[in-house]
Design a protein around this ligand. Structure first.
Ligand code: ADP
Ligand code: MG
Length: 461
């Protein structure tokens, strides 16, 4: 059938354009390590990666004690937590997840005051309910804020720019702790923000609380980013007076903005970027993270259907298929994992999310292949990034054990993505070295990490 052949040609071209052979990934890892180096050299240098100094210069040692609040803002939901630390473990942990109204994330109504006001009011509600759990001293909070921030101390920093689905213009350049603190005062909340951290830094702190060999943390959720432990003397842009006694410094790489000619970009990625909230930015993130994988797949399916109008038998589906972000990454994951003989899950997803009914088995197979190509490229590129970090710090050989803590819904729930990423790390390091590297799920590390860093910087004695 010529129509099928036209569709197959689109898929074949996609497969070719998304190819990530080992040689290509080795280039990506080397480029990542090189950009890291460049980002450490001078503040505001040529590197796309900000390599942000986090002011976290020690990792949890188990001596943290007391109740701490944590706020985790960074994706589609935010989380409020209270954690009680005692005797080197988490004695109690209460958490609540609150969806952020889309109107507060972007658009005309999205102002800094409204966003932080919303966060503070949800926090106030949680604190009121948690009152009994409070141990009497002044309340302290660790704030996990997962956007690029120019950190000015452990508890202050100005927003460089928004990413993911956020675009709250008047917050750019603002001190996010001051904004939160002001919103909390309005709510009559007396809480001290003791630490401002990125989610990667939180995941790293939480990871090291449980395993002292953790050297890096990676987020694979709505967005993607990584942090790692750097030798402070290797950070050229650090002023001599900033050199910590511990001689280590956690760096928030902001690797989502990594860009390099060696990245396998396609026409679909270019169009997605142009129509995004942040064109020209977050190139690596747009290839890898949960916010975008479904959207890339949608764009490919749209091209297939335009090449052969009756490919998806019901052309009534065209409307849905043309709507940005209707297909999300959990949908892609569900289709990719479909093991029913007639791919009935794929059929249902196409019918329900895209209004494409009555698909043939052959069509469904092709859709699964598109999901596979897009997710495999993402997982392999993420693996190359991890190897780049390991190379930068002289790990990933067959010497010392190295652990990479990973958090985020994409890694946690998308099994094929996760397994592909893990096996690619091994493929890149070689079998022997790979035995000394552990990639480990650190579920909701970012919240616990904020509480741990807040504890380390507590003013309660
Ligand atoms: P955030 O990054 O906003 O902090 P999470 O770490 O919870 O949030 O990750 C949420 C993201 O994870 C979603 O945007 C989605 O892309 C992805 N995700 C969640 N569940 C799945 C799933 N079953 N399969 C694939 N991706 C998923
Ligand atoms: Mg998160």
């Amino acid at each position: 059938v010529p129509k099928m052949a036209a569709a197959q040609r689109v898929v074949a071209e996609l497969r070719e354009a998304c190819a990530t052979p080992v040689a290509r990934l080795a280039e990506v890892a080397a480029a990542m390590a090189g950009e890291m180096e460049a980002g450490l050299a001078v503040e505001g240098g040529s590197s796309k990666m900000k390599m942000i100094v986090s002011y976290v210069d020690s990792l949890p040692n188990g001596g943290e004690e007391g109740s701490f609040y944590a706020l985790d803002l960074g994706g589609t939901n935010f989380r409020v937590l209270r954690v009680r630390l005692a005797g080197g473990s988490v004695a109690e942990r209460v958490a609540r997840e609150v969806p952020i109204p889309p109107g507060l994330m972007s658009g005309d109504g999205a102002t800094s005051e409204r966003l932080f006001g919303f966060v503070a009011s949800a926090l106030a509600e949680f604190v009121a309910e948690e009152e009994e759990g409070h141990d009497g001293g002044k309340r302290e909070l660790g704030f996990t804020f997962s956007f690029p921030v120019h950190q000015t101390s452990i508890a202050s920093g100005t927003l460089i720019r928004w990413t993911k689905a956020f675009a709250v213009d008047d917050a750019v350049g603002e001190d996010v702790v001051a904004a939160l603190q002001a919103a909390m005062s309005k709510q009559g909340l007396d809480i001290r923000v003791s630490a401002l951290i990125n989610d990667t830094v939180g995941t790293l702190a939480a990871g090291s609380y449980y395993d002292e060999d953790v050297v890096a943390a990676v987020i694979l959720g709505t967005g993607t980013n990584a942090a790692y432990v750097e030798d402070a003397t290797a950070i050229a842009k650090l002023q001599p007076t900033q050199l910590p006694a511990s001689n280590i410094m956690v760096i928030n790489t902001e690797w989502g903005s990594f860009a390099s000619p060696c990245l396998p970009l396609t026409e679909f990625d270019e169009a997605l970027d142009e129509e995004s909230l942040n064109p020209g930015e977050q190139t690596y993130e747009k290839l890898i993270s949960g916010m975008y994988l479904g959207e890339i797949v949608r764009r490919v399916l749209l091209k297939i259907s335009s090449r052969c109008s009756s490919f998806f038998r019901a052309s009534a589906g065209a409307g849905e298929l043309m709507t940005p972000f209707v297909l999300n990454t959990p949908d892609v994951s569900a289709m990719h994992h479909d093991e029913t003989p007639d791919l009935s899950i794929v059929g249902e997803k196409l019918a329900h999310t895209l209004s494409i009914d009555g698909t043939s088995l052959e069509t469904r197979r092709m859709v699964v292949e598109v999901c596979d190509i897009v997710a495999t490229r993402a997982a392999r590129l993420a693996a190359a990034g991890i190897v780049g970090i390991l190379k930068k710090i002289g790990r990933g050989g067959d010497g010392q054990r190295s652990v990479v803590a990973v958090d985020g819904g994409l890694f946690e729930h998308y099994g094929k993505f996760r397994r592909c990423m893990e096996s690619t790390v091994s493929e890149l390091l070689g079998e022997k070295a790979a035995q000394r590297v552990v990639v480990k799920l650190a579920s909701d590390g970012s919240g616990l990490g904020a509480a741990l860093v807040a504890a380390a910087h507590s003013q309660r004695a």
